[in-house]
Design a binder for this molecule. Structure first.
Ligand code: ATP
Ligand code: MG
Length: 239
């Protein structure tokens, strides 16, 4: 079945990572973050609103650059890559679920999910097959041809997750993936993340959902841009 194969999870290491937004007024969003996520580990990041969670996810997802500090993905320094190289690494290794979905409004659910494979040059028939299989796995079999505005927030979120997973990423980054889901769908999402982790995928998940955070291997807490806690999750492992 789709997406059930084992994945070789990526290792993530960041050292003294800081991000300062100079405009509109100088904000230190991240301060000296040092963190390692082992291959196949599931890390949950929690913290109050404005603590820097999305900023960190954007840097780890190579969507943004740190003001200082270094970032290694599988031992390769990705801090100073060109935009082109970053786009390539994103497409090949990373899957990203944005807090605000970022679905393309003129495309259907299936077309949105296919996109990462369009950039990889995968033939159309194979793309469709995989996109449909992922949408079905996420309970959206009746919504393949709907556009984002015809879907509920929770359904859009699952389309965004299918799009992140279709390329079998080695690192899955998800920013509040259960924010718009009811309890039943949130439970399904917990099960899905556990399955992905069991297949070896490295997962970094930002969440306010305590039940979801506790299913992770480890929980890190951000407060005002600093890492203030690194706790054992499900497996009892902590740094
Ligand atoms: N593009 C930006 N320009 C300027 N300041 C920003 C920008 N993005 C975020 N910030 C500021 O950086 C800080 C961290 O924001 P971030 O979005 O990372 O928080 P968060 O933990 O994801 O919050 P939430 O839980 O509400 O999503 C906040 O003070 C925010 O106002
Ligand atoms: Mg956020």
């Amino acid at each position: 079945m789709v997406g059930r194969e084992d994945v070789r999870g990526a290792e993530v290491t960041v050292q003294s990572l800081s991000r300062i937004y100079p405009h509109p007024c100088r904000t230190v969003a991240l301060q000296e973050i040092t963190l390692t996520v082992r291959p196949g580990e599931w890390l949950a990041i929690v913290g109050p609103s404005g603590s820097g969670k999305t900023t960190l996810a954007n840097i780890l997802g190579l969507m943004d650059r740190p003001s200082s500090g270094r970032y290694w993905l599988d031992g390769r320094d990705v801090t100073a890559l060109s935009d082109r190289e970053r786009a390539l690494v994103r497409n090949r290794l990373l899957g990203f679920v944005y807090q605000s979905f970022h679905l393309i409004p003129t495309l259907t659910a299936r077309e949105n999910v296919e996109l990462p494979l369009v950039y990889r040059g995968v033939p159309r028939r194979r793309r469709r097959e995989l996109a449909e299989a992922w949408l079905c796995r996420l309970g959206l079999e009746g919504r393949l041809h709907h556009r984002p505005f015809e879907l509920s927030g929770g359904q859009q979120q699952r389309v965004a997750l299918a799009r992140a997973l279709i390329g079998s990423p080695r690192l899955l980054l998800a920013d509040e993936p259960t924010g718009n889901l009811d309890e039943e769908n949130a439970r399904d999402m917990r099960r899905l993340f556990s399955e992905l982790r069991d297949q070896g995928q490295t997962i970094i998940l930002i969440t306010h959902d305590w039940a979801l955070a506790q299913s992770a291997d480890r929980i890190a807490r951000l407060e005002a841009g600093r890492l203030v806690g690194d706790m054992a999750g499900r497996t009892g492992y902590a740094r």
